[in-house]
Design a protein around this ligand. Structure first.
Ligand SMILES: *[C@@H]1O[C@H](CO)[C@@H](O)[C@H](O)[C@H]1NC(C)=O
Ligand SMILES: *[C@@H]1O[C@H](CO)[C@@H](O)[C@H](O)[C@H]1NC(C)=O
Ligand SMILES: *[C@@H]1O[C@H](CO)[C@@H](O)[C@H](O)[C@H]1NC(C)=O
Ligand SMILES: *[C@@H]1O[C@H](CO)[C@@H](O)[C@H](O)[C@H]1NC(C)=O
Ligand SMILES: *[C@@H]1O[C@H](CO)[C@@H](O)[C@H](O)[C@H]1NC(C)=O
Length: 494
């Protein structure tokens, strides 16, 4: 009786799968990701404009671990065909790259009064080259390299940036929308708003935790929404693509069973602040965070909340502007209320003073050579389950996942990281019924890792940065990933 009940339930829920079957659903897509400033180089090629990362690395090399910059990086501005050959060797179904550097590269002034012929040619060549090999382009419009001209006008703290961004998006959609069907408006607003403004240690190098962070947060959501609506109104009929925004979510887990409330608050603070307005039914800011921010702002002597309110029109504008959820996942944190007088550190990804929350890690989450990544594979599944529970059933693309080391071709640590995370993604698909359609490895090849410069290596391919030819060599993980793609999953013994 009980047994047949379970069989019936399994059939109803569609969970009748064998635990040894580590195969992905038919049509599942595997890719790898990069970002313009991190790989392209050609920082002053042709008529390209200056970006905030050009300015930041040139004027504040002391804020980059090895004092380096992205002037040449992997030289993908010239070596894109080699990159495509490497993707082909891996058997990638798609390649995620950003053309936001094309914002200054294609629109050197930041405004669409003039478009660079060389900028157009570069991205057309790359897109056509990918399609020729059957690799689908997944394009991020903005991966942090804002034109310096727009930064001089306040950048992401100026509300007009939402319109400037939409104007730029129109140029990109009209030039490439015939061939690009997967769009991401903005990459990781958490890491481009919270971390730079809370620390002053990432471009644009402005320390403004009270104001900068939340203005940027608000304007990112509006910019995304305007670019999404514009696609709907002017491009969707002919182009038939899909648009979303890529969110970096750390999985916050209760330190003890008594800490569930603060763990949920931490999720809302880091994930909800960038997702609730878009994916929830009611839209706007998460109400728990609104409340915390009102109290905190009052305590700090402000007469208005530092979390700037949305109008009801804005709430409607932003709500529902997605065709899928794009999740970047790297790591997890434990969270509990801070003890009286306990010191809280914020940077790079630490405690959360706004919530008076202390974060930590489990002993079994091994450290990597990045100060913020501890290996916590189960977090990706828990995160996927939380997204479904919080925002409902939707398609999910994992748009980044990967681990760093200090280099070398034998990268068993990275292989283990990919295997364990892919297993958790499979469990989310098969046990939790979550519709994950894409998985994206960060990253195709070693590149300029922002404040970590070239010291942190995330690549399936190693890049020799002292070699003028920037030679790329496949690591062990490249063969491993190629096999996963070929088999559409993991083999029982791998
Ligand atoms: C471009 O930048 C490089 C340094 O990366 C410099 O040597 C070169 O002179 C610059 N070229 C132009 C045209 O400004
Ligand atoms: C485009 O506008 C910028 C100012 O935003 C100006 O400096 C530049 O000369 C203009 N470009 C052309 C080709 O008119
Ligand atoms: C890099 O990671 C390895 C393995 O966890 C560790 O033994 C080593 O100390 C780390 N090195 C640095 C510089 O973080
Ligand atoms: C997942 O989404 C894809 C694309 O919309 C759809 O074709 C597929 O049927 C969905 N799968 C499930 C299990 O809902
Ligand atoms: C990197 O390139 C430099 C210059 O070509 C060469 O001397 C060096 O041996 C290369 N390093 C590796 C690890 O191949």
């Amino acid at each position: 009786m009980a047994w047949s009940y379970i069989v019936l339930l399994s059939a109803l829920l569609g969970v009748s799968w064998c635990a040894e079957d580590w195969t992905f659903p038919p049509g599942f897509k595997f890719g790898a990701a990069s970002a313009s400033y991190q790989v392209e180089g050609g920082w002053n090629a042709s008529d390209k404009g200056e970006s905030i990362w050009d300015r930041f690395t040139h004027t504040r090399p002391q804020n980059i671990a090895d004092g380096s910059n992205g002037d040449v990086a992997c030289d993908s501005y010239n070596l894109w065909q080699t990159d495509i050959d490497n993707m082909k060797a891996l058997g990638l179904h798609f390649y995620r790259f950003s053309i936001s550097s094309f914002w200054p590269r294609l629109l050197p002034s930041g405004f669409p009064n003039y478009t660079s012929e060389d900028g157009k040619r570069y991205y057309n060549d790359l897109i056509d080259g990918l399609l020729k090999e059957g690799i689908e382009p997944m394009v991020t419009l903005y991966h942090w390299d804002l034109p310096q001209t727009l930064q001089d006008l306040g950048g992401w703290t100026n509300p007009l940036i939402a319109d400037w961004f939409a104007d730029y998006a129109r140029v990109a959609y009209s030039l490439f929308g015939d061939r690009v069907k997967l769009w991401l408006t903005i990459n990781e607003p958490l890491i481009m708003c919270d971390y730079p403004f809370n620390s002053g240690l990432l471009a644009p190098g402005i320390f403004s935790p009270d104001h900068g962070t939340y203005l940027c947060n608000r304007h990112v959501l509006l910019a995304h929404a305007k670019a999404y609506r514009l696609y709907d109104e002017e491009f969707r009929d002919q182009c038939n693509g899909e648009v979303s925004i890529a969110n970096h979510l750390l999985w916050y887990e209760a330190w003890t069973e008594d800490d569930e409330e603060i763990a949920e608050l931490a999720r809302q603070n880091m994930g909800g602040r960038y997702s609730h307005a878009i994916y929830s039914e009611e839209g706007g800011w998460p109400s728990s965070i609104e409340k915390v921010m009102e109290e905190n702002s009052k305590k700090k002597g402000y007469c208005k909340s530092l979390l700037p309110a949305f109008t009801s029109d804005e709430i409607e504008l932003i709500k529902g502007t997605y065709d899928y959820y794009a999740l970047n996942y790297y790591t997890s944190r434990l969270v509990r209320p801070a003890k009286e007088g306990e010191e809280l550190t914020v940077y790079p990804i630490g405690d959360i003073p706004d919530l008076k929350a202390k974060t930590g890690t489990r002993p079994e989450w091994t450290a990597t050579n990045s100060s913020f990544i501890y290996v916590a594979p189960e977090g990706i599944r828990k995160q996927l389950v939380w997204l479904k529970k919080t925002y409902g059933d939707m398609k999910v693309a994992i748009t980044e996942n990967g681990a760093p080391d200090l280099g070398g071709l034998n990268d068993q640590g990275r292989i283990d990281y990919y295997r364990e995370h892919l297993k958790q993604v499979l469990l989310a698909i098969k046990e939790d019924g979550i519709n994950v359609t894409h998985y994206t490895a960060w990253t195709l090849m070693d590149n300029f890792e922002w404040a970590e410069g070239y010291s942190s290596k995330f690549g399936l391919y190693e890049v020799n940065f002292t070699d003028p030819l920037r030679t790329r060599t496949p690591r062990d993980s490249a063969a491993y990933y190629a096999n996963i793609i070929k088999n559409n999953g993991l083999k029982a013994d791998s």
